[in-house]
Structures are given as structure tokens and as C-alpha cells.
Design a protein around this ligand. Structure first.
Ligand SMILES: Nc1nc2c(ncn2[C@@H]2O[C@H](COP(=O)(O)OP(=O)(O)OP(=O)(O)O)[C@@H](O)[C@H]2O)c(=O)[nH]1
Ligand SMILES: [Mg+2]
Ligand SMILES: [Zn+2]
Length: 297
């Protein structure tokens, strides 16, 4: 009789899944049954494996997920580190705010990491997100500044994910936090001003504290996780600092984009809500407005 073991997928590459079981790392090809059900295994999935050899087998069942992302493809995420560099590449607050909104919508704790602080002052960007109510880590993998604080968060139990544009320094930061990881990092392409996707697969690394951290390939801005499952009425709930104001608008169905008597707009006006955050909100709201209900599926 075939032997069945439980484990967690810690790496996916080249059509193989690597499942960490209590005793070993098992190389698996997922069975066709999952493809037919349109459910493909993800890194972070708790799975059942049927062993076919000492270190090989196939995934036969996936446990229900508490959440998942398609980009980066990881399941059962407890916190996501949204990594942005202050330069090379430059920060894009709309991309960042989209990522934050998706995390909030999915119930994943978003944490902000501003890297390459050795290149430029990060105060302004840091303030925008700190005042909005997020934990912000300003770090330099080069000088080691701020690395201890990130290590402290990463060593917490559960699954943490590092995501952000290619070249922002995700792998470099992971290496600075735990030099033993020795993850390959890349050079910034001077001509394009962006990285060249040095990390090519998702992999979970176990931390000394027992938690897991996923390094992921960077994205370019066109391949963001889709946020179109969010209804436009739900969007303001994905901007946590709006919560103090949304109940005080003159109209109950206020969209917080342009209405008279909008308390969110007043807060933007007096500087309590960052203008860049509200600008991102409006851009996303316009996108969501165009989506028909039947397209949301
Ligand atoms: N000045 C400076 N450069 C850094 C810092 N962190 C990373 N870099 C540089 O940024 C480039 C990209 O770093 P990576 O760690 O490979 O970036 P990544 O986000 O993992 O990129 P992908 O794997 O392509 O998604 C490398 O040339 C690093 O040396 C930093 O704190 N300061
Ligand atoms: Mg990398
Ligand atoms: Zn309003």
C-alpha cells in the first residue's frame, strides 16, 4: 500500500512542487485531478503526498486555504512585506496602494519596507505610511540600518511574504537579515533602470523562530495581482486611515472622490489624510467603476 504523508509546499519550480514533510523534502508532480478542478497547488499549501520513492511522490490533496495570492503565488499568508526602494527603481505609490488594498481585502497584514535608505532620505515616504497606520521599516541592506527590526517581525510564527518590484532589494534584505540564506541577488540594469528578475521562483525559507518567509520574483507594474474582485463600495474599507471619516460624510452613499460635504476630502484638504493615498483611491475607484457585476467572477 502506498505511503501517505502530510507536509507543506515550500518551493515551486519547473513543474515540480517541493513538499517539506516531517522527515524529508519530497519532490512532487501534482496529479491531473487538481488541474481539472482548476485548483493548482501553491507554495504555502498544506498538502497530502503519496510517496512513490524515498524522496519523490505526488500531491493528492490540498487542505482548505485561509487565503492566497496569485501574484506572488503563495497560500496561507499571515503577513506581507511590501518592499519599495527609495531609488533604483523609484517608488510608485499607486502600485504600493494597490498592493496594500489587496492585502487588506484578503485579511493579510501589510507591512511596509523602504529599502536602499543609504541612497536617499526616506522621511517623506515613511511618514505617509506611518501616519496612515502601517508599520514601516526603513532599511539598508548595504549599511545594515533597520535590519534588526525586520528580523524581529520575520521571526514571528506563520508565513511571511516578501513582494515588490524587481530590483528593489528583497533578496538582499533577506540575506542581510539571515546571512546563512545566501540567496542570489542581481545587479540593476543601468539601461532599463530596473532589475532583471534575479529571483525566478517562489521559495519559503524557515526562520530560526519557526516561521517561514517567502522570497518571490519581483513584478513589473503590469502584472499586479488583480484587485477587481473588490467592489467600488468596498474600496474605502481597504484604505484604513479613511475609517475615521467615512461615517461623517454628508451623503450616505458618498464615493469619497468629489462629493460636497465629504469628510474624507476635508481630511485630505487639512492634511490628515495623505494626498497621494487619496489619489490612488480615486484612480482605483475609477477602474472599479468600469467593471460590470458579471465581469467580477
Ligand atoms: N545601495 C543599495 N543597493 C541595494 C540595497 N539592497 C539591494 N541593493 C541592490 O539592488 C539590486 C537588486 O537587489 P536584489 O536583492 O537582487 O533585488 P530583488 O528585489 O530581490 O530583485 P528580483 O529578485 O529581481 O525581484 C542589487 O544590485 C543590490 O546590490 C541597499 O540597501 N542599498
Ligand atoms: Mg530577488
Ligand atoms: Zn465621503
Amino acid at each position: 500500500m502506498a505511503q501517505i504523508v502530510d507536509g507543506m509546499i515550500i518551493k515551486a519550480t519547473g513543474g515540480f512542487y517541493y513538499v517539506q514533510t516531517e522527515n524529508s523534502l519530497v519532490e512532487c508532480r501534482a496529479r491531473g485531478v487538481f488541474r481539472k478542478r482548476e485548483q493548482s497547488p501553491l507554495v504555502g499549501d498544506q498538502v497530502q503526498v503519496e510517496l512513490t520513492g524515498e524522496n519523490s511522490g505526488s500531491v493528492t490533496a490540498i487542505a482548505p486555504r485561509k487565503n492566497f495570492l496569485i501574484r506572488p503565488p503563495v497560500a496561507n499568508i499571515d503577513r506581507v512585506f511590501l518592499v519599495t526602494s527609495i531609488r533604483e527603481p523609484l517608488p510608485n505609490t499607486l502600485v504600493l496602494d494597490k498592493m496594500i488594498a489587496i492585502a487588506e481585502y484578503k485579511g493579510i497584514q501589510p507591512l511596509l519596507v523602504i529599502t536602499k535608505s543609504d541612497l536617499e532620505d526616506c522621511g517623506e515616504l515613511e511618514q505617509i505610511y506611518h501616519r496612515a497606520g502601517f508599520l514601516v521599516f526603513t532599511v539598508s541592506a548595504q549599511s545594515g540600518n533597520g535590519v534588526d527590526a525586520v528580523r524581529y517581525e520575520m521571526d514571528k510564527p506563520g508565513i511571511s511574504v516578501f513582494t515588490g518590484n524587481s530590483g528593489v532589494g528583497k533578496s538582499s534584505l533577506l540575506n542581510a537579515v539571515h546571512p546563512g540564506l545566501a540567496i542570489r541577488t542581481g545587479e540593476i540594469s543601468q539601461k532599463l533602470g530596473r532589475g532583471r528578475h534575479t529571483t525566478t521562483h517562489v521559495e519559503l525559507y524557515q526562520m530560526p523562530g519557526g516561521g517561514y518567509v517567502a522570497d518571490t520574483p519581483g513584478f513589473s507594474t503590469v502584472e499586479l495581482e488583480r484587485f477587481d474582485k473588490i467592489k467600488k463600495e468596498e474600496l474605502s474599507g481597504c484604505f484604513r486611515e479613511f475609517a475615521d471619516y467615512t461615517g461623517q460624510c454628508r451623503f450616505a452613499d458618498c464615493s469619497h472622490t468629489k462629493e460636497q460635504g465629504c469628510a474624507v476630502l476635508a481630511a485630505v484638504e487639512d492634511g490628515s489624510v495623505a494626498a497621494s493615498r487619496h489619489k490612488s483611491y480615486c484612480a482605483m475607484y475609477e477602474e472599479l467603476k468600469l467593471i460590470k457585476e458579471w465581469e467580477r467572477k
